[in-house]
Design a protein around this ligand. Structure first.
Ligand code: PLP
Length: 303
């Protein structure tokens, strides 16, 4: 099945993706007035399971609360919907997209009264992470962080991120990573970790970065294995002088960065801590998949 043959969920109905329609007055279209989630699903030991599904639901709820959209579903309903999306599609690896916008109303910036949110959910195939990238690392380019001051909200208003991803593409890089006032924030669609002298560090989850589900997973795994971890500001010199740099996101898991603005990171090769973390991360996915299988036995099939 190709991605465009998917069945999607729109406002409580299942229909072919090609037939799904929303009004041109939807505030997601007019104002970017909505929030979203992307949940990665992989087949681990024969189980198709989303990674850290409960954490994605919790962040989705937080994003809705932050922009004052009433959450149309509770966590159990979101998880049931997620499970149905996975089951309706044959792909062993899926990327499930969930979106809620404030709804359809006459164009006016202020919140419209009495409007129901628009709910859209779809799954698409999630390509395997290229072994080339894991073996040799990826290139990134830096750019001033020109986005707004609520980067902790997973908003569909992504123009700042879109422009920066295009900047990366035009510079033959896998990602653009941002500096704000001389400090590392994150990438256009990933969090960033730095390894220095055997310690793993990343900027704090404040309003300047998205609180990544993978970011939390990486720190949880690192701490569980006794790795020294620091959450602290990372200056431009710390970034450029790092022993290792990693990207983390649901779509790319963890990726080693071996070039920044055309310069090699340390010796230009993928570092030992990355290789170790990659193994630990796959183990964490396995445990998470088992937990998902157990939880799914308790959920009703229908959302
Ligand atoms: N930062 C930004 C701006 C993102 O768009 C993303 C994910 O798309 C991330 C960080 C990583 O978040 P997660 O690990 O939850 O996918």
């Amino acid at each position: 099945m190709e991605w465009d043959q998917a069945t999607c969920h729109l406002n409580g109905q299942w229909l072919p993706l090609a037939e799904a329609r929303v009004s041109v007055l939807d505030r997601g279209f007019i104002f970017g007035d909505g929030v979203y989630e992307v949940v990665p699903v992989d087949t681990v030991d024969g189980v198709r399971a989303p990674f850290r599904a409960a954490e994605h639901c919790a962040r989705f709820a937080r994003s809705m609360a932050a922009v004052r959209i009433d959450n149309p579903h509770d966590d159990a309903q979101w998880l049931a919907l997620l499970s149905q999306l996975i089951e309706r599609h044959p792909w062993p690896r899926q990327s499930v997209y969930l979106q809620v916008t404030r709804g359809v109303a006459k164009r006016d910036h202020a919140f419209p009264p009495g409007v129901s949110p628009t709910v859209f959910a779809v799954s698409s195939p999630w390509p395997v992470i290229a072994s080339e990238q894991l073996e040799h690392g990826v290139a990134v380019v830096t750019h001033a962080d020109e986005r707004w001051l609520h980067c902790d909200i997973k908003s569909v208003s992504l123009l700042g991120n879109v422009l920066m991803r295009q900047f990366a593409v035009e510079h033959d890089a896998a990602e653009a990573i941002f500096l704000r006032d001389g400090r590392l924030t994150e990438g256009s669609s990933a969090n960033v970790f730095v390894v220095r002298a055997g310690r793993l560090s990343a900027p704090a989850k404040d309003h300047l970065i998205l609180p990544g589900i993978t970011y939390d997973a990486v720190f949880d795994i690192a701490r569980a294995h006794g790795l020294a971890c620091d959450v602290l500001p990372i200056g431009e010199a710390d970034l450029r002088g790092a022993d290792e740099i990693w990207l983390s996101s649901s779509g790319r898991e963890i990726l080693p960065v071996t070039r920044v603005d055309g310069n090699a990171v340390a010796n230009g090769r993928v570092g030992p801590l990355f290789r170790q973390m990659h193994v630990w991360f796959q183990e964490a996915k396995r445990s998470d998949a088992l937990r998902w299988r157990e939880r799914m036995q308790q959920f009703p099939r229908a959302a």
